[in-house]
Design a protein around this ligand. Structure first.
Ligand code: CP
Length: 307
């Protein structure tokens, strides 16, 4: 079946994931050889109501490398007609007449689903508030497979702002499809993993453990997935933000206890939760992870627009 809207991680099964990863591997070759024109004549709209560096630019680069063109509103909250009171639904009804695919980032959970209900062209969820970020989870999983050679059997520590982190939420849904995966959640009290994800993991018999000692967890996992404490999600709860920040930091003390073949990932941007000294360590995979976003998004655009 043709991939159409990309809204949430639960919509993928292992067969589809392996097709996407196989396309992404081919896209690495395509990009190395200077691109292709398979999407010539197609137009992608990026409609972003929240800031982005990686997601918007990698989608735009992916489209251009495949011969397509891009129209964009990078600050739709201020510079689209949303500022005049236009609803998301009306904006999407208009943009779907101008573009063959719409990549949407919005500040409200569920926005991509609302957009998909009224759109005649594929909607790709590029992050909906604290909801989900499925294309990030796809590139995260692709990175794990590329770096470790397998996904079945891994143990992973998810660290930081797990309550507001849409990337960790989507990643949990995807990892639950693999065998013998163990998860450790290491988060300050005010931003612990939400119950809906824990209930989902329990229903799908995925073992998870809530831990406090990052050093202890770091010594036994294959992947440390660090995340930023998302100040923008705290509103006026400044005290909660101050209580959560600066508690779990990846630095040389953590590197010293990690397994030699483990990796550190981060969806980025980072603030201070990974010390710069970590960047030089070969286990720091986060810049390679961001690069993989290009190949995954090239693969997704090809699949969505050509079947
Ligand atoms: N990882 C991620 O979504 O980064 P951006 O916010 O820069 O797109």
């Amino acid at each position: 079946m043709r991939l159409f809207h990309i809204i949430r991680a639960q919509q993928f099964d292992r067969e589809l994931l392996s097709r996407i990863f196989s396309e992404a591997r081919e896209m690495e070759d395509v990009a190395r050889k200077g691109g292709s024109d398979i999407l010539f004549g197609k137009v992608m709209a990026t409609v972003f109501y929240e800031p982005s560096t990686r997601t918007r630019l990698s989608f735009e680069s992916a489209m251009m490398r495949l011969g397509g063109r891009v129209i964009s509103t990078e600050n739709a909250r201020e510079f689209s007609s949303a500022a005049k009171g236009e609803t998301l639904e009306d904006t999407i009804r208009i943009v779907d007449g101008y573009a063959d695919v719409i990549v949407l980032r919005h500040y409200e959970s569920g926005a991509a689903e609302r957009a998909a209900r009224v759109s005649s062209v594929p909607i790709i969820n590029a992050g909906d508030g604290p909801g989900q970020h499925p294309t990030q989870a796809l590139l995260d999983l692709y990175t794990i497979e590329k770096e470790l050679g397998h996904i079945d059997g891994i143990s992973i520590a998810m660290v930081g702002d797990l309550a507001n982190g849409r990337t960790v939420r989507s990643l949990c849904y995807l990892l639950a499809k693999y065998k013998d995966v163990k998860m450790y959640f290491v988060a300050p009290d005010v931003v612990r993993m939400r119950d809906d994800i824990k209930e989902y993991l329990t229903r799908h018999r995925v073992p998870f453990y809530e831990e406090e000692d990052l050093k202890e967890v770091a010594s036994k996992v294959d992947v440390i997935y660090q995340t930023r404490i998302q100040k923008e999600r705290f509103g006026d709860r400044i005290e909660d933000y101050e209580r959560a920040r600066g508690i779990y930091i990846i630095n040389h003390e953590i590197l010293d206890v990690m397994k030699p073949d483990a990796i550190i990932m981060h969806p980025l941007p980072r603030v201070d939760e990974i010390a710069p000294e970590v960047d030089e360590d070969p286990r720091a995979a986060y810049f390679r992870q961001a690069q993989n976003g290009l190949y995954i998004r090239m693969a997704l655009l090809k699949m969505v627009l050509t079947g």
